[in-house]
Design a protein around this ligand. Sequence first.
Ligand SMILES: *Cc1c(COP(=O)(O)O)cnc(C)c1O
Length: 365
Amino acid sequence: MDEITRLARPDIAALQPYSSARTEGEQRMQVFLDANENPFAPYPADAASEGLNRYPEPQPGHLLDRFAAHYSVAREQLLLTRGADEAIDLLVRAFCRAEHDAILVNTPAFAMYAMAAEIQGAAVVAVPLVRTDAGRFDLDVDAILAAAGSRPGVKLVFVCTPNNPTSGLARREDVLGLCDRLLGSALVVADETYVDFSGQPSLARELGAHPNLVVLRTLSKEYSLAGERCGVTIAHPTTVGLLGRILAPYPLTQTAIRAVAAAMSPEGVARARANIDLLLRERAGVEVALATSPGATRIHPSDANFLLVETPDPRLLVRTMEAAGIKVRDRSTVAGIEGCVRISIGTPEQNQRMLEAFEKYASSL
Ligand SMILES: *Cc1c(COP(=O)(O)O)cnc(C)c1O
């Protein structure tokens, strides 16, 4: 048995994947009477509802081709899911036996990793990120290896890069070093939800040399498609095959498939790139404005589309923002980032409005 399958839950490795009407047999037919679908278009039967009466393709070939070209990987290395959140859940369910296995997270971490583990009955090992003098947060590689080694059941090490909520990238050599050292004992899951905001290349190009690396991407933030739910897992074909066994039969809706195809067209990618550039310019402007304000005692260096801001009175800041109709995320009670509030970068007008409320708060301190 190969070193990835050996890490998976034995019952999942032995499972026969569900075979749906849209994957079984010949699909080039004129009349489909095989899936108990309703032959009539749904109300209001306009262009937008065309085709919605049919089950969608489970893994649309044209999207796989597009992502394979975009990320420079093979189709067999790709799995499309209902957002990256579903991929996190699939990984935990495929690799962690309830009451036996564990995941490892680097805290403060995105909450979905621990949530998926708890639902599955897997343990969560937390290793704090180490804060550098420059306000960055680095992986504690030795502590991760020690924690993973002392618990034979750690099957997944989640590394979010850039990290939500601390906003900075992990050091590439740290992530790849973890892959090397954990080969045969755990998968290293690099959540790259925000990597296009960092200007750094994806770790996906390292997959050839690191079979236990799993890269998570999503259309939600970089392509403005949070409402359509599409995530892309890039991994060794064996890992993709294992996750495919437990994937819901039709993870992407017809509307999501259309929206993703448009977003990933050359024009769509160019638009996303332009929006990312605009957000980065806006982030720089917001940083400059906050840096001179007594309301911000520290702005953590960001490689993402949000800022983690340390402030003297986070509750008052959140209340002042709310009074101005603006929602920001209070992270002030999260261990390791006490006193911090997370602020997403919005449109120029939204940022202006946010900065005005921030100044109001700062002057009331
Ligand atoms: C937003 C976010 C996700 C969720 O992505 P979806 O594709 O919308 O499910 C995953 N990971 C991190 C770190 C996020 O911030």
